[in-house]
Design a protein. Structure first.
Length: 444
């Protein structure tokens, strides 16, 4: 028996015939699955963002340049983006119970090793390896959300799960700041790392694989929620080649969503990483005032995720791309208004940042969901990992290249670049407005 056998999908068992017991078990396992993967993904943010908030103290203590710190940030985005795609392929053939939990444990280990290091090469190696295992979080969640929640309700469940980004992202700066202030920057890596190691064992205990592995029917059968494409019998077992090529690489809709994700993530990362500099340099805010404004980004994102998921389910009947287009168009209006509001007001700029979070996190969530629903139920992790790889290439572009543009051409060109990204993103997603289901029926 190989150690890799632990990652094998759990086999289906005989289906329970008692409808009351099926209903009872489904209710229990859907709630248990949800809170476990929600908490697990929130903790992934503890080990992904710990370095971001420890940077100023690290720079002073280790004598690292801003260029070196920037390289460390880019290394994470690149390794995480690549891992998100490659682990997506593995995730479709794995048990998310172990795939996700072991990934979280290793991110904790590499955070601790990063905290023990002082040489730049060691910091780069451990932070790059952290990025590799960060990629193990998303595929499991995408697979579980597709297996346990049907399409007519998935927007609401997915949007509620997506708030884990915001809660984790809003808590980690507080944790890092407290650790750095009272114990030093190294403990701001150790503490999140140890928390995530323990959390990894917790979600390993809580999660299970598919409903069928617990003797339950498929969620579509349980909820009598079959999409139009279900009239044609789909293959339930796909080879890795079929998953990758037939439902991802040859799927034009996935490519459209991938390019749109690339552009949306440039905007998301730019607002998240550069807004403090903008407010300090352009509006002469103090660091504390700028931080107050940025606090609202994640909370705007939380509200936007919930609103986007609800609207895609209720208003657009399970179609995700109308919300993607409308929210991206709203970002263009915000960029235009932000550019021409030149007065310094912490209250008004906080409202702007909140609205940026609200409208950015809608497509940030739903583009990934659309990729899952426009591929194949058993290719979910690969499809979302593929578009996620493009997303984090966009995040990498938002660091070095966009920083270069800002430094050499000024903040007006920075905002113009973001406006162009949003306009192109909205236009390329427009043809998907009415597309709801997998455009390709099951491969014969």
């Amino acid at each position: 028996m190989s150690v890799l056998d632990v990652f094998r999908p759990a086999p289906p068992i005989d289906e329970i015939q008692d409808p009351d017991l099926v209903k009872k078990n489904y209710k229990y396992w859907r709630i248990r699955t949800f809170y476990a993967m929600w908490a697990g993904y929130a903790f992934f943010y503890f080990t992904r963002k710990s370095f971001t908030y420890a940077m100023p103290v690290m720079q002073a203590e280790l004598g690292l340049s801003k260029l070196q710190l920037g390289y460390l940030g880019s290394i994470l985005y690149i390794t995480y983006g690549a891992s998100k795609f490659l682990s997506g392929i593995l995730g479709d053939k794995s048990n998310p119970r172990y795939f996700m939990s072991i990934g979280l444990i290793f991110t904790g280990i590499f955070n601790c090793l990063f905290g023990m290091s002082s040489m730049f090469w060691a910091l780069a190696v451990f932070w790059g390896l952290n990025g590799v295992f960060q990629g193990w979080g998303w595929p499991g969640c995408a697979k579980l959300l597709t297996q346990w929640y049907s399409q007519s309700e998935r927007g609401r469940w997915w949007s509620l799960w997506n708030t884990s980004h915001n809660i984790g992202g809003s808590l980690i700066p507080l944790l890092v700041a407290a650790c750095a202030e009272y114990m030093g920057w190294r403990f701001s890596m150790y503490v999140p790392g140890i928390i995530c190691i323990l959390a990894g064992f917790f979600i390993m205990n809580r999660l299970r694989d598919t409903p069928q592995s617990l003797g339950l029917p498929a969620v579509e059968k349980f909820r009598n929620d079959y999409s139009a494409k279900s009239a044609v019998k789909e293959k339930t077992h796909l080879s890795t080649k079929e998953i990758l090529f037939d439902y991802v690489i040859k799927n034009k809709y996935i490519w459209i969503l991938a390019f749109a994700y690339f552009l949306v993530y440039i905007i998301r990362t730019a607002v998240n990483d550069w807004s403090a500099f903008y407010l300090i340099e352009v509006k002469q805010y103090t660091l504390k005032q700028a931080s107050v404004c940025l606090f609202w980004f994640e909370w705007g994102g939380l509200a936007g995720s919930l609103a986007a998921g609800w609207a895609s389910d209720i208003i657009f009947n399970g179609k995700r791309n109308p919300i993607n287009v409308l929210f991206t168009a709203a970002i263009l209006v915000l960029i235009f208004a932000f550019k021409f509001f030149t007065s310094s007001s912490v209250l008004i700029d906080s409202v702007f940042i909140f609205l940026f979070g609200f409208f950015i996190f809608g497509p940030q969530m739903l583009i990934g969901m659309a990729a899952a629903e426009l591929s194949h139920k058993n290719a979910t992790a690969t499809a979302t990992g593929f578009v996620g790889c493009f997303a984090y290439l966009g995040a990498a572009v938002a660091n070095g290249p966009l920083g270069h543009i800002t430094e050499n051409y000024g903040w007006d060109i920075y905002l113009l670049t973001l406006f162009a990204c949003g306009a192109i993103g909205a236009l390329i997603m427009l043809p998907l407005w009415s597309v709801k289901n997998n455009p390709k029926e099951a491969v014969a």
